[in-house]
Design a protein around this ligand. Sequence first.
Ligand code: SF4
Length: 462
Amino acid sequence: MEKTFYIETFGCQMNVHDTEKVTGTLVQQGFRQVDTIEEASHVFYNTCSIRDKAEQKVFNRLQHSKRDAAKGKVFAVIGCVAQQEGQKIFDRAPHVSLVAGSASYARLPEMLVQLEAGNKRVTGLAFDATEAFDTPFTRRDNPHRAYLTIIEGCDKACSYCVVPFTRGPERSRTSASVIDEAKRLADSGYTEIQLLGQNVNSYRDPSRDSWDFATLLDAVGRVPGIRRVRFTTSHPRDFHKPIIDAIDANPNLCNHVHLPVQSGSTKVLDAMRRLYTREQYMERIEWMRNAKRPIAITSDIIVGFPGETEDDFQATLDLLEEVQYESIFSFKYSPRPNTASLTLGDQIPDEEKTRRIMMVQERQRAIQAKRNVSLVGTIEEVNVEAYHEAAGQWMGRTSRNRTINFRHANDDGSRLIGTYMHVRVTGAGPSSLSGEGLSEQPLLGESVAPDAEGISSSARVM
Ligand code: SF4
């Protein structure tokens, strides 16, 4: 019987990229990817446990799959929920056959053999990997922009976060293997690379070269053929000035930094064990403001952390005004298993968290609306990512990670996708920009210059 698989991904870009690696490994093992659960012999859920809601979604999916499992379909739970819950998943969903965390993906072929041999309880839960999971079989979805993992795991211990438990301690890849992969990607036609890690700033080359993150970032940006390099996520404590110096010196490094602050109150940051104060965070913002080209700054905010008073919350709102973020992701605090903040209880009622998150989003929307209006009339260089036929519009992304929907006169279907071109911004809402394409021909061979007016980025509130 043909082996087919369906895979659904929850959570962050690390998980999205893990799915690309798992997909490549499965294809290499003779599986064919299909678009629906019905067509699949094997169903993989690549899970996220950062918030209770994401975790519940997976168990809801599994609830509805018992009948399919009885007919012989194989169900696998991989990723963070798998690592966090381990064998307990077999108790909650006895029809699941494979439970594996991300540190065990290198053993996937071996685990598949066990499944094929009829083993109904296959697990990969050890943190035995000494390196980040790196595979030549990665099956990338986007033909122009590629994710590239440089570090996995996290050595921080933020009191609300499950990641150190689900992804294990930090493991950096060697700079040589990262640069080799970047060159392979450039040779395959990719022009944009996004470096990934839970905390990319703490990257430490395990080889004798001992590169730090700023050195690696600059080197990836100098790989011939690569025109844009992004990175996520940054931890403010490890975000050092040389990163800004690298962005200043190398126009291929996108002028966008996602620097999650989580709270504007030093007291709450301390309870979160974030290892920086509001003042230290603002010092990093100052570095970016003093950069030679304007850098778009985005962030994550958590509201309703245990003990967050009205004054603490007000400090977060004030910080939004002070920084003027391009966009933010905002979340209500969600107690997670094994974390230190669990002992603090869930002190802020959900209605109050809802009030606070709505205020944060409303404030941010007003900031974005003002920023976006100021962009009308400017010219941005975009990498064209998609064409929306129904709207007759293209979608492109600027170096500052701002998306713009635009019309272009002389196009013929998909020829612009993957190219770089100039777009004049003609309209702005709180969370979107629209424009018109200017270049008659795509700017294929040009090196990337900083955005013309230097003020743009994603307009998402969350
Ligand atoms: S830095 Fe903190 S929030 Fe980020 S992954 Fe590590 S423990 Fe979690």
